[in-house]
Design a protein around this ligand. Structure first.
Ligand SMILES: Nc1ncnc2c1ncn2[C@@H]1O[C@H](COP(=O)(O)OP(=O)(O)OP(=O)(O)O)[C@@H](O)[C@H]1O
Length: 312
């Protein structure tokens, strides 16, 4: 069990993670979603202490993670990131063996683990073990990245946009493989993604973050049926009705007098694209311009969310 208890991280006087509390049950998958810059990666990296919190505590099976030595944290917690982060001058087998070697496993045990993982990830151990990362496809590199994170048999796996670089078909396969492997090892997973479909596919529970705060943490169906805020409602409904409503209308219909910072949005783009742009850039409003560049006021996140909620 992972207990995140009142955790806060401050950068430059600003709480980028703001008093977040949530408990992740053993052998489950928790997915963190939210706007760009909402603190997802920072929250994840406080679990394995790549980032130290300014307040609060994280307990792993009841133990304060600050009392666990570094090598023990690396053994217990695997970490996989977008673009896999493989060492280019080490073979696939050496990459996977990184943490087992660090924590002193002998050669035989390490070699057996490398073989087991490659086989589990459907990579022929004799063929792929001696290869270098650049001799693998993107999907194969990604699988090796996850295999490496699992090498020391961690109870917990942290994943930061692990499939972000993969095309949609390979991505779906990678997600299915991950779920099969999670069941096989019983690993507890915390995964950060921008992709709501991925979140719904993988999650036992989804955490929605905005501006450092946790807005809601619950099973996917709870987020759809009882969204805590309009933001959560719009976020989880990405493939559902709210976005269909927005995709049918243009920004020009919602433009209002006023100004906003940042790059402008064309009045002719759909409201769905405008919402995606605001969420992506973490803004609450954007200037609107006509096709000939003339200022047409602004569009706000609030107005888009209201429209996404549908007619009253
Ligand atoms: N080392 C740092 N020093 C100063 N500010 C930081 C540092 N790391 C992150 N931040 C800031 O903290 C905020 C949260 O960053 P974080 O990477 O956690 O967001 P995120 O939700 O993972 O974003 P994205 O989805 O874009 O990856 C951002 O505003 C970021 O600029």
């Amino acid at each position: 069990m992972i207990e995140i208890d009142g955790i806060t991280k401050i950068y430059d006087g600003k709480s980028v993670v703001d008093d977040v509390t949530l408990t992740i049950e053993p052998h489950t998958v928790a997915v963190i979603v939210g706007t760009s810059g909402s603190g997802k990666t920072t929250l994840l990296r406080m679990v394995n202490r790549l980032v130290e919190p300014d307040a609060g505590m994280i307990r792993l099976d009841g133990e304060d993670n600050r009392t666990i030595p570094g090598y023990e944290l690396r053994r217990r917690i695997g970490y996989a990131i977008q673009g896999h982060g493989l060492f280019p001058h080490r073979t696939v087998a050496e990459n996977i063996a990184t943490v087992p070697r660090l924590i002193g496993w002998d050669k035989e045990k390490t070699a057996a683990k490398v073989r087991e993982l490659l086989t589990l990830f459907q990579l022929d151990a004799d063929l792929f073990g001696p290869r270098y990362p650049h001799e693998l496809s993107g999907g194969e590199q990604q699988r090796v990245g996850v295999a490496r994170a699992l090498a020391a048999e961690p109870n917990v796996l942290l994943m930061d946009e692990p499939f972000g670089a993969l095309d949609p078909i390979i991505r779906a396969k990678a997600q299915d493989d991950l779920l099969a492997i999670q069941k096989h090892f019983g690993t507890t997973i915390i995964l950060v993604t921008h992709d709501m479909n991925e979140a719904f596919h993988l999650a036992d529970k989804i955490a929605v973050m905005d501006a450092g705060r946790l807005l809601q943490f619950g099973p996917p169906d709870e987020l759809v049926r009882q969204p805590a805020t309009g933001f959560v409602e719009a976020m989880v409904g990405a493939s559902e009705r709210p976005f269909r409503l927005l995709s049918m209308r243009r920004v020009s219909d919602l433009a209002e007098p006023g100004s906003a910072d940042g790059s402008p949005i064309a009045a002719t783009v759909t409201q769905q694209d405008a919402l995606a742009e605001l969420m992506w850039t973490g803004r609450s409003a954007a200037p609107v311009v006509s096709s000939d560049g003339e200022a047409r006021g602004r569009v706000t996140l609030e107005a888009l969310l209201q429209r996404a909620r549908g007619p009253k």
